[in-house]
Design a binder for this molecule. Structure first.
Ligand code: PMP
Length: 301
């Protein structure tokens, strides 16, 4: 485990998630490039957000915001809520999740399986945030607020980045890293940590178009920019159409046998397009796999 085991003096099963594989995608890499993928679905609830959930929860405990039994409230498109529901369950805190009504059935079922109460909001992530804030204002519980919580990027600086540095297999440093922009946690933590380890690395922010939303992602053109996001170390930006993300999901399945979630497909599309033009060595940080998306497009219309 890269994060010191005694970070919060927790028992073994409460150690931070992570330690996910970094694998080479040799079949898919364009000529003149080497491509490595950090497979974040190897986390306990199947996504990169287990890391942020764990850090935000334990930071709140450490800072005295969560006396025993205090309800947790969060607004999320899914993955952070699932990770938080897990830590809440393990630590015996009730959990309420405000999420867009359009979130897939798999996500809702998984959240309920982890014991969370769901508040389904008519709207998107921004409306869900407002509903959750309202509950907190009414004294209903404590909100980690992933969009403004330093534990979110910290989980990547302290976990994801040291793991990638430890596992990077080539003599020369990686030249590129591609991360999704959602809350900004991954891109902020990875850009800070990776630029410290490899000062010349180019950091690529992969984004949705505001008119073509992809679950978990955001665009720098969205009117709401999460305060936890710090994009000052980002060097490149790619907006990806959902149809291109789906195509990359199918391509990755057919060539490497991995079943990606849609944002992972968007990251792959951006990386493959870039590497085809420029070559080089790159890491893609893939947030989750495809199981939670099976009840939606492109698998069902
Ligand atoms: N992809 C998926 C599927 C996600 O759930 C998230 C989290 N919103 C992201 C990408 C973006 O990650 P981050 O919140 O760290 O920016």
């Amino acid at each position: 485990m890269t994060v010191p085991g005694a970070y919060f003096g927790m028992a073994e099963h409460h150690l931070p998630p992570g330690d996910t594989p970094l694998v080479e995608l040799a079949t898919l890499a364009p000529a003149g490039s080497r491509l490595f993928a950090k497979l974040e679905w190897y986390n306990p609830t199947g996504s990169i957000k287990d890391r942020a959930a764990w850090f935000m929860f334990h930071n709140a405990k450490r800072d005295g915001h969560l006396p025993p039994g205090t309800p947790l409230i969060e607004s999320t498109s899914g993955n952070t809520g699932i990770g938080l529901a897990r830590v809440a369950l393990l630590n015996k805190h009730p959990m309420t999740i405000c999420l867009p009504q359009r979130a897939t059935a798999e996500r809702k079922q998984l959240l309920r399986a982890y014991g969370a109460d769901l508040v389904e909001v008519d709207g998107g992530p921004n409306e869900s945030i407002e509903v959750a804030k309202g509950l907190v204002a009414d004294g209903e519980g404590f909100m980690c607020y992933q969009y403004g919580n330093p534990g979110n990027p910290e989980s990547h600086e302290m976990g994801t980045v040291p793991e990638m540095v430890r596992d990077w297999p080539l003599e020369a440093p990686p030249e590129h890293i591609f991360c999704a922009y959602g809350t900004g946690g991954t891109i902020t933590g990875c850009s800070r940590g990776m630029r410290k380890a490899y000062p010349d690395i180019r950091v690529h922010s992969v984004e949705e178009f505001t008119t073509d939303p992809i679950s978990g992602m955001r665009s720098q053109d969205d009117p709401f920019q999460p305060p936890v996001g710090d994009l000052s170390l980002v060097t490149d930006r790619h907006e990806v159409a959902k149809a291109d993300a789906f195509a990359a999901v199918s391509l990755t399945m057919a060539t490497e046998g991995y079943f990606l979630g849609t944002s992972s497909g968007a990251i792959m599309h951006a990386a493959l397009t870039f590497l085809s033009d420029h070559g080089g060595t790159a890491i893609v940080v893939l947030p989750d796999d495809g199981w939670k998306y099976l009840s939606g497009p492109p698998w069902i219309d």
